[in-house]
Ligand binder design. Structure first.
Ligand code: DCP
Length: 157
């Protein structure tokens, strides 16, 4: 299991290094576990643990997704990078979404760091490059095809 995780990590890293090289990247040191701990402390200090139930957190998360969507609504497509003056606001709304998502995962005892890497691995298997390159169809469109996953596309177990 640990080996599979390492392999997924390597794959993601390799791809970032090769095909997705670009100027923008996130701050590297912050982890989801850092965010989980900070939010746990934030709630504990305020005696808010009692309110942070899974259902409440999910509703709060959806509310913040709505606030994020509000920034984009009615504007038509926006260009990559966003206008400089909007980026801070958008970042704050995205952070609210992330904070509640991480807190929800914590309360559900889901290791989100592990889950997301596993899911990205599954996505890669479901959408083999040679089948879907340049096409954005849902995988169900390929259901009748025999999907042969190339050795290169498959995350080894
Ligand atoms: N019971 C609460 C209330 C807030 N927060 C934290 C998580 C979010 O990151 C942020 C949400 O705060 P607000 O509910 O004040 O929402 P906004 O920051 O979006 O403010 P506004 O709704 O005015 O835009 O604070 C929390 O963890 N638990």
């Amino acid at each position: 299991m640990a080996e599979k995780q390492d392999r997924i990590n390597d794959l993601i890293h390799d791809r970032k290094e090769t095909s997705f090289q670009r100027e923008f990247s996130f701050t590297e040191k912050t982890t989801l576990e850092d965010i989980r701990k900070l939010q746990e402390e934030f709630a504990a200090e305020r005696n808010w643990n009692q309110y942070h139930t899974p259902r409440n957190l999910l509703l709060a998360l959806v509310g913040e997704v709505g606030e994020l969507a509000e920034i984009f609504q009615w504007k038509g497509e926006v260009k990559e990078g966003l206008p400089e003056d909007e980026r801070k606001h958008v970042g704050q709304e995205m952070s609210d979404v992330l904070v509640y998502l991480v807190r929800l995962a914590d309360k559900c005892q889901i290791d989100l760091s592990a889950a997301v890497l596993e899911k990205i691995g599954l996505n890669a298997e479901k959408y083999p490059v040679h089948k879907v390159y340049g096409k954005s169809d849902k995988y169900t469109e390929y259901r009748n095809d025999v999907i042969e996953v190339d050795a290169e596309d498959r995350i080894p177990s």
